[in-house]
Design a protein around this ligand. Structure first.
Ligand code: SF4
Length: 505
């Protein structure tokens, strides 16, 4: 009998370690041989701790399970959710980036290879660098960190740069509220990220990679560290990748917990041991990045998607999606929802389908009031905008952004003026201080929203003017995008800013 329990930190926070220990204890007490495998998470957080039991006819799901439920699992009398793959939340997905997450042992290279891993790398090892980059361009992959810049074009700039040393830097400083996909990949399928970084090295001529992980992710740091050691022992890293004569090495670097270090130039400063302050561009990191060398900076999801593109072919990936948003997106559903978790699907699904059908509406049972898409700098969407398809241009056209594809749902008790104030406060706290519109503007923004709340008739116009200045004059997205949540809250929910409006009237 094989039993699968997640080691993902969200599952652990809900008691997965205690359930795993209870399973070991029960098996010993009954004298039953059990193969207990700790996997990544399937992404159905409301069912964690999820226990899957395979008695030879496939995995049957049970969850959420407590240690007290474990004897019934062994007796075969516990409530069952049926075959895991048939659970609607999973069955409706198109899992390309997350194909192995929750299925394999994250630290077994043999398991990884047995589920399609390394096929992409073996193919890439037989290709010229220019052909590798062309494959990525054909796939249509765009940066999954939020900016949506075409990954192949970024790689091509680095490939064509002349330098003794080039770098691949993985941005794992996942700081957006409501996002957790990077962490899930690092904890649940770390070899996919390693494989993607090696292929990036082959395509650009880089021989060294860094995974920059936020310090708030201790489990991801530990698992990535162990996976890199295992990859080195398995001949994936070092001077002779899989006997090809090609070299690639990598290591983990740990951030110190600043939101702005998710911005690529600030991240590079932090990686080099300097203060995490944004650099002016140009020069582009692709030409002068880490330690002044040409550098690819890609998000975890972008790099972890590379292996499947090379395994199945760029066209296979590009065949999914909508418009210029090709492939799939791992969407992270959080906030006031019944079914929170990770949902990977081709671009194009309407926002309302995600919120009302897949997430099952609010956990409180009250009407949905607003959905913030794209992290703390993302705009709010109201139910009348729920037909917006999930895609870069489509969200841009609706006055928002998809960012790192986190969606946070609020019911009708949310105070949107308070949320707007929080956005400005967040910017004031996290600002790196380099440019005035953000450093000073965010502080003035908090004060101005307080003036609106106090009924000042002039304050709304001042806030609008301030947001325009921040958008136009900030050096990076932190100051430049903070107006998205502020202005969308003001436009969509003026009644929440009612005191000022009444006073103005
Ligand atoms: Fe720094 Fe803010 Fe300016 Fe970005 S917008 S460079 S975080 S001060």
């Amino acid at each position: 009998m094989k039993i699968y329990v997640s080691l993902d930190s969200a599952a652990k926070a809900l008691g997965a370690d205690e359930v795993a220990e209870a399973i070991r204890h029960e098996a010993r007490a009954r004298g039953i041989e059990v193969d207990l495998v700790r996997t990544g998470s399937r992404g159905m957080i409301w069912l964690e701790p999820l226990v899957e039991i395979d008695r030879g006819a496939g995995r049957i799901a049970h969850g959420p399970v407590t240690p007290q439920d474990v004897p019934a699992l062994f007796d075969g009398t516990a409530d069952s959710l049926g075959p895991t793959d048939d659970i609607p939340f999973l069955a409706g997905q198109t899992r390309l980036t997350f194909a192995r997450c929750g299925i394999t042992d994250p630290l077994s290279l043999a398991d990884y290879e047995g589920h399609g891993g390394l096929a992409g790398l073996r193919r890439a090892l037989g290709m010229e660098a220019a052909a590798i980059v062309e494959e990525v361009k054909t796939s249509g992959l765009r940066g999954r960190g939020g900016a949506g810049f075409p990954t192949g074009i970024k790689w091509d700039t680095v490939r064509q740069a002349r330098a003794e040393q080039k770098y691949i830097v993985c941005n794992a400083d996942e700081g957006d509220s409501g996002t957790f996909a990077d962490r899930m990949i690092m904890e649940g399928d770390p070899f996919s990220l390693i494989e993607g970084m090696i292929i990036a090295g082959l395509g650009t001529g880089a021989t060294k990679g860094f995974v920059y992980i936020r310090s708030e992710y201790p489990d991801a740091i530990a698992i990535m560290d162990r996976a890199i050691r295992l990859a080195r022992d398995g001949g994936l890293l070092g001077p002779d990748i899989l006997g090809s004569g090609r070299a690639f090495e990598m290591e983990v670097r740990i951030g110190a917990g600043a939101y702005v270090c998710g911005e690529e130039t600030s991240l590079l400063n932090s990686l080099e041991g300097k203060r995490g302050v944004v650099r002016a561009k140009p020069p582009l990191p692709a030409l002068q990045g880490a330690f002044g060398r040409p550098t690819v900076v890609n998000n975890v999801l972008s790099l972890a998607t590379i292996p499947v593109i090379f395994e199945k072919g760029a066209q296979h990936y590009a065949d999914f999606g909508l418009g210029r948003s090709r492939g799939t997106m791992p969407i992270q559903i959080a906030g006031n929802v019944q079914h929170g978790g990770l949902y990977e699907t081709a671009f194009g699904l309407p926002l309302g389908t995600l919120v009302n059908e897949i997430a099952g509406g609010t956990a409180s049972g009250r009407p949905v009031k607003a959905v913030q898409v794209g992290g703390p700098l993302g705009a709010y969407f109201a139910p009348h905008q729920f037909d917006t398809p999930f895609g870069y241009e489509e969200f841009d056209g609706a006055g928002g952004l998809i960012g790192h594809a986190g969606i946070v749902v609020f019911d009708d008790t949310a105070d949107m003026a308070g949320m707007a104030r929080f956005a400005m406060e967040f910017c004031a706290v996290e600002s790196c201080g380099k440019c005035t519109p953000c450093r000073i503007g965010a502080v003035r923004g908090v004060e101005t929203i307080d003036r609106i709340a106090a009924g000042d008739p002039d304050a709304t116009a001042i806030l609008t003017d301030l947001c325009e200045t921040m958008t136009a004059g900030s050096l990076c997205a932190l100051g430049g995008f903070t107006p998205y949540p502020v202005m969308s809250a003001l436009h969509l929910f003026p009644e929440d800013f009612g005191q000022a409006r009444e006073a103005a009237e």
